[in-house]
Design a protein around this ligand. Structure first.
Ligand code: TMP
Ligand code: MG
Length: 217
């Protein structure tokens, strides 16, 4: 067959609480892969550029109030609306580096007291990442990094709950081999080296595999 020549991109996801270095590492990985000739794209959720994303932004910046379940569904809709684009990129051989996804979606809402199984429902059937690089850092350490900002959720008490719901979610995940916990206390450079190695192996290994449109199925 000619499937041997088919190469798709890898879906590399960064997850974790606020101020754990996700964006820093996602950017560094993007620059590295781009400079070494890979076809690669950086994508961030929430995508605040769409109409749904603008409502999410108004909510996060405390300019709009929304029911907890309503905002949960908007975060999910914000992923569904980008699915066709992300799928085409992966199928066309572009590797995606994604900063937050449905795992943040569930963890932040569970931290507010919503039911975990209810929270997972709207994201069922989305693309499944090929790896979840989880930036693991204690709240004490993340606070030292210049403190939290002004946005909704950037408070110590709440972040503690988010950390707990992330580990609850991982335990309940049918595919917990996807999760790669990294000690985010290490230096930016050391983390970057590990992430590059993991990513290059992954890009090689999943290039022949079909896309997985079965998140939490
Ligand atoms: P950001 O700081 O990465 O831009 O994300 C904004 C906030 O939105 C962050 O506190 C995490 C939260 N969030 C959710 O509550 N649900 C979601 O589905 C996503 C993607 C982010
Ligand atoms: Mg933030």
């Amino acid at each position: 067959t000619n499937t041997a020549t088919y190469k798709r991109g890898a879906f590399i996801l960064f997850e974790g609480c606020d101020r754990t270095g996700k964006s820093t590492q996602a950017n560094k990985l993007f620059e590295y892969l781009q400079s070494t000739g890979h076809s690669v794209k950086l994508w961030k959720f929430p995508d605040r550029t769409t109409p749904i994303g603008q409502t999410i932004n108004a909510y996060l910046t405390n300019n709009q109030e929304l029911d907890d379940k309503a905002i949960h569904l908007l975060f999910s809709a914000n992923r569904w609306e980008s699915l066709p684009k992300l799928k085409n990129l992966l199928l066309g051989g572009t590797t995606l580096i994604v900063d937050r996804y449905a795992y943040s979606g569930v963890s932040y809402s569970v931290a507010k007291g919503l039911d975990l199984d209810w929270c997972r429902c709207p994201d069922i059937g989305l693309l499944r990442p090929d790896i979840i690089i989880f930036m693991d850092l204690s709240i004490e350490e993340s606070e030292k990094r210049g403190g939290f900002g002004e946005e909704r959720y950037e408070k110590k008490n709440f972040q503690e709950k988010v950390c707990k719901s992330f580990s609850q979610l991982k335990q309940k995940d049918d595919d917990d081999s996807l999760w790669k916990f990294l000690d985010a206390k290490q230096s930016v450079e050391r983390l970057h080296e590990q992430i590059v190695k993991i990513s290059l192996d992954l890009i090689e290994n999943c290039s022949q595999l079909p896309l997985k449109e079965d998140l939490w199925k």
